[in-house]
Ligand binder design. Structure first.
Ligand code: NAP
Length: 315
């Protein structure tokens, strides 16, 4: 899909409120909208293009790996619907995530939202022909042609797949190409690849308020080379919440439109200008609304980010 340039307008907001029941979807605790009712969702440009993406997306690892049962399907369908209605567009999957690609395609079709998202998936196998087979299968499961972003998962057989990705991008089968990893020890390799390959559109990496290594060199390198950045594991797989269980947010958090620990963790990340979007995953509708709230309102500056880290560390 191509995300338009238009901001989240007053008309959008009114339509959204009417569609969902004013106040029910956007309580001040979720988004700060009662304080900033005309606030536009934050978007960032994909470097080198005039296309923008909302700064909060959604991951699908485990969460969309569900069966045919209507209870699970209906829960994830309403999460996907609300994600879209709150302005979310970036969805990230992988052939490694069980049935997630299939389920995403099915649910987007149920909701008549095929073509409305920015769909990202990955290639995760060895060898050119197996990679081609796997990527064709992903495109068909996610019912997304062209695929918006195809990434080499965890750098598996990276040079082989990059050749295919470049060819497919030229042919219009995919729109953007990228590389992913989820551990700090891979950051140096990613940095080297950004410099040596020179035509990457995106990297996807781990970065959180607790694991800040990417900010040292990787994020600046991506920014200098015009590479977009998606952030995986923004909550460290959920362990950040265990760390703050029973603890209160600092009083000054609300000055930055931060109304929950989720928004504290996400706004720490997406306030970095070099980051295009973070992709938290959830199985709960109220968590999804909470996460989307981080795409609205004020974003902390560098001084406040340092204060956020210090506050967390003394808890
Ligand atoms: N190598 C790679 O390419 C790679 C590796 C890892 C991840 N990823 C991508 O990154 C995505 C995100 O990473 P992740 O899924 O590992 O972990 P994550 O997003 O850091 O954390 C997910 C956990 O946080 C909880 N959660 C979400 N929102 C919450 C909220 N507002 N309040 C409280 N708890 C909340 C979820 O539980 P509930 O279900 O209860 O909300 C879940 O347990 C993946 O889904 C995947 O798409 C890519």
């Amino acid at each position: 899909m191509t995300i338009g340039q238009s901001p989240f307008t007053r008309r959008d907001f009114l339509q959204l409120s009417l569609a969902l029941g004013a106040g029910s979807l956007l309580p001040s605790t979720a988004t700060g909208h009662s304080m900033y009712p005309m606030q536009a969702i934050h978007k960032r440009s994909i470097p080198g293009t005039d296309e923008t993406l909302p700064i909060i997306g959604m991951g699908t690892w485990q969460t969309f790996d569900i069966g045919e049962g209507e209870a699970d399907r209906s829960n994830m369908r309403s999460i996907l619907k609300t994600f879209y209605e709150m302005g979310g567009r970036v969805l990230d999957s992988s052939p490694m995530y069980g049935r997630s690609e299939d389920v995403l395609g099915d649910l987007a079709a149920d909701l008549k939202l095929l073509g409305k998202f920015f769909m990202a998936t990955k290639v995760w196998t060895q060898g050119r022909s197996r990679g081609i087979e796997q990527m064709n299968s992903s495109i068909s499961k996610m019912r997304t042609k062209p695929m918006d972003l195809m990434q080499v998962h965890n750098l598996v057989d990276v040079r082989t797949h990059l050749d295919t990705l470049r060819k497919w991008k030229d042919e219009g089968k995919i729109r953007y190409i990228g590389l992913t990893h989820y551990i700090v020890s891979a950051h140096d390799d990613l940095e080297r690849l950004i410099k040596s390959e020179r035509d990457l559109d995106f990297i996807q990496v781990n970065f959180s308020i607790d694991t800040r290594n990417a900010a040292k060199r990787l994020l600046p390198t991506a920014q200098d080379h015009g590479v977009g950045v998606l952030i995986n594991r923004p909550y460290e797989g959920g362990s950040l919440f265990r760390r703050v269980k029973g603890k209160s947010l600092p009083a000054w958090a609300k000055e930055w439109d931060i109304h929950s620990w989720g928004q504290y963790f996400l706004k720490f990340i997406v306030s970095h200008e070099s980051i295009t979007a973070a992709i938290p995953a959830t199985t709960k509708l109220h968590h999804l609304k909470d996460n989307m709230g981080a795409a609205y309102g004020l974003l902390p500056d560098a001084k406040t980010r340092a204060k956020m880290v210090a506050y967390l560390e003394q808890l």
